[in-house]
Structure formats: C-alpha cells, structure tokens
Design a protein around this ligand. Structure first.
Ligand SMILES: [Zn+2]
Length: 376
C-alpha cells in the first residue's frame, strides 16, 4: 500500500522544530540533512554506507541525470531508486539552478530555459512541464517545482520580475504534477532579500498549494549574516504544518543557524566534496588532513567519532593516502564527513525534542572556537 506523504512536527524549541516526514519509501527524521548524489551516486560511497551514516534521504540532480544517462533510460531501467540501489526516499531538484550555473548558451523565456549541455554541447530545453516529467521518470519521491534561482545581488525590480516568473512557473509545475499519491511536490519561495517580495511569494505558493515549501535564492553568495537575516522571517511566512527546505546549505554553522530559524530539510555537496579534497569536519572545526602536522600523528581525526575512518585509521594514515592520491582517502574522509553531518542532525533533533537547543548550540560554538587538538 502506498503510504501518504505526511509531516508531523513532534516538538518545537523556539522557532526550531523536530518531526517526521512519512513517505511510501520510509520516514525522514527532521531536521534532515540530505547528502547529494549528483550523478546517481554519492561520490566515493556505497549506498549502504551512506545509509550507515544515518541518512534517511538523498538528493538527485535533474540537470545531470537528464543529460547522462537520461531520464528515459533510467525509467526503462526501473527508476532511479533501483538504478542506484537506494530504496529510501529521493528528492530531486528541478534542474533550474544547475542550468544557470553549469550549462552554456542559456536563453530564458516565459516558456522556460534552452541551453547547451556542458558535457557534449547538445541543445536541450527545460520548462516547468518537462522538469516535472523528468522527475516523475526518475521516480523521485519529492519533486521540486521549476523556478529561477534569483542571482545575488539583485535590485528590487530584477528580484520582482524573477520572483513573479517563478510563481507563474510554480503554478505550471503544480498543474503538470497532477495527482500522484505517495509523491510530493514542493514549491519554492523567492524574493531575494526583500521581505515584502518573500511575503508575496509565500502567499502565491500557499494559494497554489504544495506538500512542502523551500526557501530558495539563498546560499548564492550573500554570506551567512545576510542569509540568517532573511531566515529570521522567510520560513515563518510558509505553512507551519508542511516541511520547510533550505536548498544548498551548508557548512555546519549554517545548518545550526538555519535549524534555529525553523528549517526542516537541507542539502549540500560540502561533506562529500570536501572529503575528496582532504577537508574533514569535526566537533573542533575544519581539519586539513594534507597539512604536514598530521604526518606522524597516530591519533584518529576525532577520538569520539564512531565512523570507520576514526575507529580504524590514524591522522598519519589519512594524511598519507591523501598525499598519495589513493582512492581510499576520498572514501574515508567522505564517510567521516557524512557521519559528522548526520550526527550533528541527530544532536539537533534530540536537543529540540528535549527543549535544550540553546545549550546545544552554545556547546557547538564553544567547541569549534577552541579549534583542533594541539599537534603532538
Ligand atoms: Zn570519523
């Protein structure tokens, strides 16, 4: 039986919420961090390993998958879950953001966007209807409405034109999605840094009606202070009984600040991408394992971490395999980073449930302010 898409807030602490999103492919504990599986893989990780870090849901990228191996091929092969061996929930983005950041020769009209593939230069089009169709072919559990991610900075008139276009596209996305029991469609609030436009966008999305709502157009270069100032009001303009998703966030302190401001879901390539460049996230901040100070250090990255990289390997080993460009370096550091992010989310969920979020956040910042353990 197909389970209905549902969201239950089980506890709040200030503006922060914890709860459970129910889908036909399993529950998503919120606040949730979604690892990014761009090309039908979270790079350097087996899907069962991603699950072992505590992830309930992955994000897939419509832009990448439509170009290679194509949505039609994935559909013929049984859908994205079977194709990539991940049976739990998948959220797909609409492709809009990556068309604007990766593709060549883009042309934006009322109808949609035409562009050239960054892989082979072939020409493609994305419209609200086509984006929703692709996401349905992939079998995505949470489909994102097609929008224009307003660039930053944008003056008021530019932001307004962009927001109004996205709201017309939101309506078209809703119409194209139709009625698909067990699947959800999320609308995306735009309006840049302008409070009245954010309110208007939220109102338009409410009128159309979605299963969840994203705060769009942030984490695009505005900086943490500006992002938080928008998050001080934007999430509360969206329906309280639906999940609120902040796209493309972020660093651990961005995540903590967003959760404090009422965000339920986030995604970012940071833990996996950083894992491939020798950057590890720990309770004490960022460790660059390439640094020579680690080459004789027999201690784990973080003695309290229970991930395989920390249980079984020294900083000296991680330094060595990174310097030697061994594949295991990416595997171990990605695992550690994803584990750290998921543990942070569990800590936030527990703290909200127990009404002690302020203390948790104070400890989080204090530990990081102290920096990494001293060199030997
Ligand atoms: Zn670890």
């Amino acid at each position: 039986m197909t389970k209905k898409f549902n969201f239950d807030v089980t506890a709040t602490d200030g503006r922060a919420r914890t709860g459970v999103i129910t889908t036909s492919r399993g529950d998503i504990r919120t606040p949730a961090f979604m690892p990014v599986g761009t090309a039908a893989t979270v790079k350097a990780m087996l899907p069962e390993s991603v699950r072992a870090t505590g992830a309930d849901i992955l994000l897939g990228n419509t832009y990448h998958l439509m170009l290679r191996p194509t949505a039609e091929r994935i559909a013929r092969l049984g859908g994205l879950h079977r194709f990539m061996n991940w049976e739990r929930p998948i959220l797909t983005d609409s492709g809009g953001f990556q068309v604007m950041s990766l593709a060549g020769l883009r042309k934006l009209t009322e109808e949609g966007v035409t562009f050239k593939s960054h892989i082979d230069g072939s020409r493609h089009a994305l419209t609200p209807e086509r984006s929703v169709e692709i996401q349905a072919l992939l079998g995505s559990d949470i489909v994102m409405a097609f929008d224009e991610c307003t660039p930053y900075p944008a003056d008021e008139a530019t932001a307004r034109r962009s927001m109004e276009l996205s709201m017309r596209w939101a309506r078209r996305s809703r119409d194209a999605f139709g009625d698909r029991p067990g699947h959800a469609l999320f609308g995306i609030q735009q309006g840049s840094i302008y409070r009245d436009q954010r309110a208007e966008s939220a109102e338009k999305l409410r009128e159309i009606g979605f299963d969840g709502y994203a705060v769009g157009g942030l984490a695009v270069g505005e900086g943490q202070e500006m992002m938080f100032s928008v998050l001080d009001y934007a999430p509360e303009m969206l329906p309280a009984d639906k999940p609120r998703y902040l796209m493309g966030v972020g660093k651990p302190d961005d995540i903590v600040g967003a959760v404090e401001r009422g965000i339920d879901m986030m995604d970012c390539v940071l833990p996996s991408r950083s894992g491939r460049t020798g950057q590890a996230f720990t309770r004490f901040g960022v460790v660059n394992i390439r640094n020579a100070r680690h080459q004789d250090d027999p201690r784990p990255l973080d003695e309290q971490c229970t991930c395989p990289a920390c249980r079984n390997y020294s900083r000296a080993y991680l330094h060595h395999v990174n310097r030697a460009q061994e594949i295991i370096a990416s595997m171990l550091l990605t695992w550690h980073n994803l584990h750290y992010f998921q543990e942070l989310m569990q800590g936030l969920r527990d703290a909200i449930a127990e009404g002690r979020l302020a203390g948790f956040v104070a400890d989080f910042h204090a530990l990081r302010a102290g920096g990494d353990i001293d060199p030997l």
